[in-house]
Design a protein. Structure first.
Length: 250
């Protein structure tokens, strides 16, 4: 091999390195990052059910080619968070009313079981943690707004999950809640909603602290809007456009 060939090869390598841009990371890694961002926005309701996702706009937003964006959207489709339809584009998946009801019923029963187990296994440490969780909810109700109370609400429920000492059950609840989180964005929008939630938290917490398994389960079941009246109140706050077309079958 002569010197000119070596030089040309070196120049080619330099050019290849120069052309590498923000996609220099492994393609799958960049796609995963985009998927994580979009998934959080979908689950939080920032991208509402039915919202259109444009590949070109997303590529511009994330400063990448359309390839990792397309891969990210395919991953979201596999998780049933988006729907890819030929010649119609990509939209955030919508659940039907019957699907949302079914998930909420499941969450209610699982949360009730979690509260029951927490009451059965309550100790002084859990009693103190529940007092702390209630105090957080009270502070958020008085001094904060919807976002602050939502965070306190999550902390309260996570305290009960930990108290149940059943990580498998806790993960089932988290996964189910994650599926409908985008349908719960209108929770805690008013002081009346927050006050009602706080009152119910107190009832659940006291039952667990007293070791009353039956009352803890009943109080939690009433707290989660899975019953007929609670679900009707939930539906009244939601625009019908966020539900899938078979929603009319409910």
């Amino acid at each position: 091999m002569n010197t000119n060939e070596i030089t040309a090869s070196g120049e080619d390598l330099t050019m290849d390195c120069t052309l590498v841009n923000d996609d220099s990371r492994p393609r799958g890694g960049r796609a995963n990052e985009i998927r994580n961002v979009l998934q959080e926005e979908i689950e939080s309701g920032n991208l509402p059910p039915g919202a259109l996702l444009d590949e070109r706009a997303l590529a511009t937003r994330f400063n990448v080619s359309r390839t990792p964006v397309r891969e990210a959207l395919q991953q979201l489709a596999a998780r049933e968070l988006v729907r890819i339809a030929p010649r119609q584009g990509v939209t955030v998946s919508r659940l039907s009313i019957s699907q949302v009801r079914a998930i909420m019923e499941s969450v209610g029963e699982l949360e009730a079981l979690c509260a029951k187990l927490a009451a059965r296994r309550v100790d002084e440490a859990l009693r103190k943690e529940l007092d702390n969780a209630i105090e957080r909810c009270q502070d958020a109700a008085v001094q904060g707004g919807s976002a602050e109370y939502s965070m306190a609400n999550t902390y309260f429920h996570e305290t009960i999950y930990a108290g149940s000492r059943n990580p498998y059950l806790a993960e089932l609840i988290r996964n189910a809640r994650r599926q409908i989180l985008r349908y719960r964005i209108r929770d805690f929008q008013t002081k009346t909603q927050i006050s009602k939630s706080l009152k119910e938290h107190l009832q659940v917490a006291r039952a667990i602290q007293d070791g009353d398994e039956l009352l803890a389960a009943q109080a939690m079941l009433l707290h989660v809007p899975s019953g007929s009246s609670g679900f009707s109140e939930f539906l009244a706050r939601m625009p019908m456009s966020v539900f899938d077309s078979d929603a009319a079958d409910h």
